[in-house]
Design a protein. Structure first.
Length: 431
């Protein structure tokens, strides 16, 4: 295979390589013959489908798959032979230049990992947070679960914080009634912050059937244009007041969360396990952020591959656009607001990869299995989840990437100048 590499900039390269067309044709022919032995096509007996029919049905797909595989293999071989360190995936296209007889020419455009020079991990300053799950955290979680299952009982007293109040209201702004006839009906839990503070404060103390007019100043960016930045008189009538009723933590309540024994001790054990899993993830996220910021602060002056940064910015923008779409909003299509975050993410990813390469760090199977079991434990049939990961190469590859990154982050933090800072469970999980 003939290979030539030329520079397009400090970090961008273009590689031209040629493949023997005969090799491709041979592999395609072999694969089509394999398909012909087992293909089931209406009107033909198995193994008796004419070659021409097989080629028409499967030829294009088989040729594309084999060519793609050969291109990747040839590119990877050329990268190893030329001792190149690639940043991101290459863009491979057929060359417009004439190839030799019996050859196919291709051009791969790619970017290189920058030269980071000496990476002194001891010069990094990292805060490593620690925390643990206490009985008070378990008690708080049980209260949260009780609140999730709370019911409401109608009362005839005045509303207070925590009550569910059903009301109807109409508004008057600039002398105009909204709505012009009737009233809007809705409910709110007092103290939830779902309504503007002036209105929520006014509801406290209102009994069923009581009416009140509340002057409310709306924010300048309020979603209803005719109310934005104005003082509006809101006429409120309380219809119903209901107080919360929390369920008892008895056997039935406990079994409703999948604890078949219904025993309180087992319930608390499982809650502790879930909270510890959440805490472990939160502490790793904090450590990842700490190490990332330390790396960015020290190596921010390094030139980065521009296409890798742009691709990361596009990914960030796409994620934000999808989130906005779900909320019925739109965002500016410009990449500029995402470029700085993209630069940091690319820099950290390249540094983490480079540190792993230089120190010959390998994925620890023990850590991979532990993470897989941890993920599986959140499902009713953990063994089925583990089997799913083991049989799905794409799922397993994603898990391996995640575990390897966490492993390297831990490795960097241990060798950095680090201090430990204890946090409460609630503070630790608050990102």
């Amino acid at each position: 295979m003939q290979v030539s590499v030329e520079s397009l900039g400090n970090l961008e390269r273009r590689m031209t390589f040629r493949l023997p067309a005969e090799n491709i044709d041979t592999q395609v022919g072999g694969r089509l013959r394999e398909i012909a032995r087992t293909a089931r096509i209406k009107g033909f007996r198995p193994g008796k489908v004419p070659t021409k029919v097989i080629e028409q049905r499967y030829g294009a797909q088989v040729r594309s798959e084999i060519l793609d595989g050969m291109l990747r293999e040839s590119f990877d071989n050329a990268v190893r032979e030329n001792e190149l360190r690639i940043a991101g995936a290459p863009r491979i296209e057929q060359s417009t230049d004439a190839a030799g007889e019996g050859e196919l020419a291709y051009v791969a455009t790619f970017e290189l990992v920058p030269d980071f020079g000496d990476i002194d991990l001891g010069a990094l300053n990292v805060v490593r947070n620690t925390s643990e799950v206490g009985d008070v955290d378990i008690d708080k979680m049980i209260e949260n679960l009780r609140m999730q299952r709370q019911s409401w009982t109608r009362v005839e007293r005045a509303a207070k914080a925590g009550d569910l109040v059903t009301m109807e209201n109409w508004s008057e702004v600039d002398g105009i009634r909204r709505p012009s006839e009737g009233a809007e009906k809705g409910s709110t839990v007092v103290g939830s912050g779902a309504m503007l503070k002036e209105l929520e404060d006014a509801i406290v103390g209102m009994a069923p059937g009581e009416e009140k007019t509340v002057p409310v100043t709306f924010p300048a960016d309020w979603r209803i244009a005719e109310f934005a930045g104005k003082q509006v008189d809101i006429h409120v009538r309380a219809l119903e007041v209901s107080e919360p009723v929390l369920p008892e933590v008895d056997g039935a309540f406990i079994r409703s969360f999948g604890v078949k024994s219904g025993e309180a001790d087992q319930f608390r054990t499982e809650i502790r396990s879930n909270l510890e899993r959440e805490l472990k993830g939160a502490l790793m996220q904090r450590l990842r952020r700490e190490v990332g910021e330390a790396l960015v602060n020290k190596y921010s002056g390094i030139e980065l591959p521009p296409r890798a940064v742009e691709n990361e910015a596009r990914a960030l923008q796409a994620g934000m656009a999808e989130q906005a779409r779900r909320q019925g909003q739109k965002i500016d299509p410009s990449l500029d607001p995402f470029m700085e975050a993209a630069r940091k993410r690319v820099l950290v990813a390249l540094l983490v990869g480079e540190i792993a390469r230089r120190n010959e760090l390998k994925l620890e199977q023990r850590r991979l299995n532990e993470t897989m079991r941890l993920i599986a434990s959140t499902y009713e049939e953990p063994e089925q989840v583990i089997e799913l990961y083991r049989n799905d190469p794409q799922l397993m590859a994603g898990l391996q990437t995640r575990v390897m990154e966490e492993q390297v982050i831990d490795w960097i933090a241990e060798r950095a100048t680090h201090t430990e800072q204890a946090l409460s469970f609630q503070d630790a999980i608050r990102q």
